[in-house]
Design a protein around this ligand. Structure first.
Ligand code: KG4
Ligand code: ZN
Length: 348
């Protein structure tokens, strides 16, 4: 089965083809340099850019693989959570294509797709604990199978990626700043700055990162940490600060992951979303997972941040289980629950 995946939930316009569980090809147009000027994603601009790119990316994907649209068996599109105007571009394109080609269609939960993307390079085993840490969400899940994914905890305020971006912006890094803090902290000393690990002294699986953000911003100002060029001492201080910040987030995620593993049995831990590209955090979570005798897996670095391979792969998994949507299904913005409104037919 050849599944087309479409992803337009934030600032990446992406399309991918997965055939029988294997990634055939993908195209992606990133808008990050456009939004970097404003220090964050501007929703109206994001929708316009998706609309400008999506048709050309589709043509390019088919041309490169010498395929006609009729070769597509199944269409999967991220339906949310995300920026509504951005999601609508992808969903409208997918519905038009599904109607025109007479093919089944599925609206994919973007956060579930982040997790399932780990299956592109690993074999997924269930039950699993899933942790998605992205720019908009920090969610813990119990995953019983690809179609039965239940949330155990969520970010109550800022998401992990969001505080990477906000603290990184104050340090002077371009948007999105997570990868720069990751790189800059690689040679730093992770206990040089005493940053808090908030919202751990409870029994909850929810996260709260805003206290860490405020503490990091105050500490940064008090210690005079910034990207200011020239002074080598400043470079060392910046590396130490970034390492300490990476570790504060790693520790916070690690405590909640251990708590989830205390409560739920799991064969695997899947760590996904943009923040899963962070090397220090990956290592820390891998150590926790191993202590519980489970297997740690994560998507490849390029498939941690938003991409369409994850939607195509999730679509392929769910499509072969028999799931699809009618053309009336809706895009769902961030903050609203995604309804369980999939239809079901005999598996393909
Ligand atoms: O999953 P994603 O691409 O988009 C959303 O669904 O939000 O995640 C983007 C987030 C941004 O906040 C970005 O700064 C963060 O992931 N990120 C990282 C790294 N690479 C991307 N955070 C920490 N370390 C990284 N290496
Ligand atoms: Zn994402």
């Amino acid at each position: 089965m050849l599944c087309l995946g479409i992803e337009t939930s934030c600032d990446e316009t992406a399309l991918a083809l997965v055939e029988d569980g294997r990634l055939l090809d993908e195209t992606l147009a990133s808008q990050s340099s456009l939004h970097a000027i404003f220090g964050g994603v501007v929703p109206e601009l994001a929708s316009r850019e998706h609309y400008r790119f999506i048709g050309a990316l589709f043509d390019e994907l088919l041309r490169r693989n010498n395929l006609r649209p009729q070769a597509i068996d199944y269409i999967a599109v991220a339906r949310g959570p995300g920026l509504l105007g951005s999601l609508l571009v992808g969903v409208a394109f997918a519905k038009g294509l599904a109607l025109g080609l007479g093919r089944p269609l599925l609206g994919i939960n973007h956060l579930h797709a982040h997790l399932l993307a780990a299956g592109l390079e690993n074999s997924l085993e269930f039950p699993a604990i899933g942790l998605v840490a992205s720019g908009g969400h920090t969610h813990l899940y119990r995953m019983n199978n690809p179609s039965d994914i239940r949330r155990l905890g969520r970010s109550l305020d800022d998401a992990a990626g969001e505080i990477f971006d906000k603290v990184g912006h104050a340090l002077g890094f371009p948007y999105p700043a997570g990868k720069f803090i990751d790189q800059c902290g690689a040679d730093g000393c992770a206990d040089a700055f005493a940053l808090p690990r908030p919202y751990l002294d409870n029994n909850s699986l929810d996260f709260s990162f805003s206290g860490l953000k405020t503490a990091a911003l105050l500490e940064m100002k008090a210690a005079g940490v910034s990207m200011g060029a020239g002074n080598p001492e400043n470079g060392e201080k910046l590396a130490d600060f970034c390492a300490s910040f990476n570790m504060a987030i790693a520790d916070t995620l690690a405590v909640k992951l251990a708590r989830a593993l205390d409560k739920e049995s799991a064969k695997q831990v899947i760590f996904a979303g943009g923040v899963a590209a962070n090397r220090m955090i990956r290592e820390r979570l891998k150590d926790v997972t191993m202590k519980y005798g489970a297997v740690f897996i994560a998507p490849s670095f390029r498939h941690c941040t938003d991409n369409a391979a994850m939607c195509a792969y999730a679509g392929w998994l769910l499509g072969k289980m028999g799931y699809y949507h009618g053309h009336a299904f809706e895009a769902v913005p961030r903050g609203r629950e995604i309804p369980d409104d999939t239809l079901f037919k005999t598996p393909i």
